[in-house]
Design a protein around this ligand. Structure first.
Ligand code: FNR
Length: 187
């Protein structure tokens, strides 16, 4: 990649809620990222049907095809998601299951970073490590550090203005986006 070309980072959201705190994090990323980074929030996964091989046999749903194309076109991906019952939300797993069936394998070799949050003190760590395991199948290049696990998330985001109000969180996210962009430039 030419060093003057902006790095395109797509964002996949694991929460469907309109006033999602994770959506607020995702919407704040562009203001935190360096100027050589373009953030694009991907379409919601709400439209993905439950994975069914019979449906796949009749043709991939249009939303899945569009997601695959967007993932292929991006230089890197950030997955921003809550933790549900110590793991990845079912809707996100379902979307990943669909994406994993796409013949073009859009995440293979793709730099990916993970951001999780929680109302408690663990910051979604358990979901984050499950997600890492899932991404092994995709042959994604998952960034190891810095890890972004936002504890007490509600007190650190403003869902009305889509901003992050906690300086330490802004700093770690900025460092992660820089590391991800550097990884994308290497590939
Ligand atoms: C949760 N939550 C939660 N939090 C956590 O830290 N560990 C967990 O295992 C769970 N489990 C869980 C299951 C289900 C079904 C729900 C609905 C919620 C709380 C969860 O972290 C919180 O709802 C999200 O952080 C909110 O994110 P959004 O939707 O505002 O982005």
């Amino acid at each position: 990649m030419n060093e003057n070309t902006p790095v395109r980072i797509a964002v996949l959201l694991g929460s469907l809620r309109e006033k999602s705190q994770h959506a607020a994090v995702a919407r704040a990323l562009q203001s935190i990222a360096d100027r050589d980074v373009e953030i694009q929030i991907l379409d919601s996964i709400a439209a993905f049907p439950h994975y069914n091989a019979d449906v796949q046999a009749d043709g991939f749903p249009q939303c899945v095809v569009a997601m695959g194309k967007a993932l292929q076109e991006t230089d890197a991906l950030v997955i921003v998601t809550p933790e549900y019952n110590y793991s990845v939300p079912g809707v996100l797993k379902n979307a990943l299951d669909w994406i994993s069936r796409l013949p073009e394998a859009p995440l293979s070799g793709k730099p990916v970073a993970i951001q999780t949050g929680s109302p408690g003190s663990i910051g979604g760590a358990r979901a984050q490590y499950h997600l890492r395991q899932i991404l092994v199948f995709f042959n994604a290049k998952v960034l190891n550090k810095p890890e972004v696990m936002i504890s007490q998330l509600a007190s650190k985001v403003d869902v009305e203005s889509n901003t992050i109000t906690d300086l330490a969180t802004i700093e770690v996210i900025g460092a992660q986006l820089r590391a991800l962009a550097a990884m994308a430039r290497e590939y």
